[in-house]
Design a protein around this ligand. Structure first.
Ligand code: PLP
Length: 405
């Protein structure tokens, strides 16, 4: 792209000769752009292989084949059996089936559930619903980096605990939870308690092996991994009892009735395959970009990066507190420079709220409203990083100057 605007020092220009603003999309934890290959495959399915997978004719068989192939790919990535995967419409649905369906199927053994207070609303609201139905829920605190202690989980598990839900990667600060260790502790204390992991932000950014690690239920969402919105899946381990929440034609073994979203399922399979094919290099590159971002803003005074440092944090999430600048103002100032980020967690950020995660890590009150989330993906480039950091260099001192104290 030919540019005339030199940008900030070494930073790239953001406007081309036609006056078009270059876009740096850094809100990938809210959603991602589909891989072009994924769109191509979906197009082919919508236009050519559009049969109903339940139909017995050739068109149905073609559609069924797409589902089988996606299932095989996803099962290979997680090192699980294909029969343990069901497709859903999103991460939220996967979380709801796992938690509500899991609790309902096991309520004869007890009515106690455990989760953390930094989970996504898809988990927390499911828990609240269960509380309204007479279940008891313990919400565990996290440390200053957003990590839940396996010791605390173990101490909290009781004989009547039927399900524990801990996320793999926190969507706001990128804290990666010790789910492998937590699985061990739950199993040692009460082997019949189910362990659910919300891996919506972790899948595609980490190697996760639910069967090997003793995780019973694992939720994934398609639109966070360059597949379209309206797609997701749930891993349900062998012998794990979950009650279905949707009733109908009995598709997917009766666990999730409704005609399958064939194009979306195939898209998820392909996107996952692309993300995991050169996995280590991709993740190293993402951590490199994250580092670069942090290095570039290191000389802006009084910034605070939330969550764990280095590789204890997810490679794609940066939670940045800019004291003296309201997140919403900063977000729109960045947007004017073509940079898209979110304030707190995007899934809830269209309504004013205080982030439970930021409160849980005891971020000083005054900073709760000063925090933005920058999130990267496989499609993020160095140019995106420089565009964003250049914009921050320009905007932050300016906005701070005009902030009344
Ligand atoms: N869980 C986590 C950790 C998330 O970050 C999100 C979405 O941001 C969800 C669940 C919900 O996923 P979906 O948007 O696919 O319903």
């Amino acid at each position: 792209m030919m540019c005339y605007h030199a940008g900030y020092g070494k930073y790239p220009a953001t406007i081309d000769l036609r006056g078009n603003m270059r876009e740096a999309y850094l809100d990938n934890s809210a959603t991602t752009r589909c891989f072009p290959e994924v769109v191509e495959l979906m197009n082919k399915i919508y236009l050519e292989e559009y049969g109903n997978p339940s139909s017995m004719h050739h068109k149905g068989v073609e559609a069924e084949r797409q589902i089988t192939e996606a299932k095989r790919t996803l099962a290979q990535i997680l090192k699980v059996n294909e029969k343990n995967l069901i497709f859903t419409s999103c991460g939220t649905e996967s979380d709801n089936i796992a938690i509500i369906g899991g609790a309902m199927a096991n309520m004869r053994r007890g009515r106690h559930l455990i989760t953390t207070n930094i989970e996504h609303p898809a988990v927390l609201e499911s828990m609240k619903y269960l509380e309204s139905q007479g279940f008891e829920v313990t919400y565990l605190p996290v440390d200053e980096f957003g990590i839940v202690s396996p010791d605390l989980v173990e101490q909290t598990v009781r004989d009547d605990t039927i399900l524990v839900s801990v996320m793999h990667t926190n969507n706001e600060i990128g804290a990666v939870e010790p789910v492998r260790e937590i699985a061990k502790r739950i199993n040692a204390k009460n082997p019949s308690a189910l362990f659910h992991v919300d891996a919506v932000q972790g899948f595609g950014k980490a190697q996760i092996y639910p069967k090997k690690w003793g995780i019973d239920l694992l939720s994934v969402s398609g639109h966070k991994i360059h597949a379209p919105k309206g797609t997701g899946f749930l891993y349900i381990g062998d012998k794990v009892k979950v009650k279905n929440l949707i009733f109908g034609g009995g598709q997917q073994g009766g666990m999730r009735s409704g005609t399958e979203n064939v194009a979306g399922i195939a898209a998820m399979g392909l996107a996952a395959k692309m993300l995991y094919q050169d996995f280590d290099n991709s993740i190293d590159r993402l951590y490199g970009l994250r580092e670069k971002f942090l290095d570039e803003i290191a000389d802006i005074p009084d910034l605070r990066v939330n969550g764990p440092a280095g590789r204890k944090c997810a490679p794609h999430i940066i939670s940045l507190t800019v004291p003296g600048v309201r997140a919403e103002v900063l977000l729109h100032a960045l947007e004017e420079r073509g940079v898209y980020v979110s304030s707190g967690s995007a899934c809830a950020s269209n309504k004013p709220h205080t982030s439970a995660t930021l409160e849980a890590i005891k971020l000083p009150r005054a900073y709760l409203d000063n925090t933005i989330r920058i999130s990267l993906s496989e499609m993020t480039t160095e140019e995106d990083i420089f565009q964003a950091t250049s914009a921050l260099h320009e905007i932050v001192p300016f906005l701070r100057k005009y902030t009344r104290h």
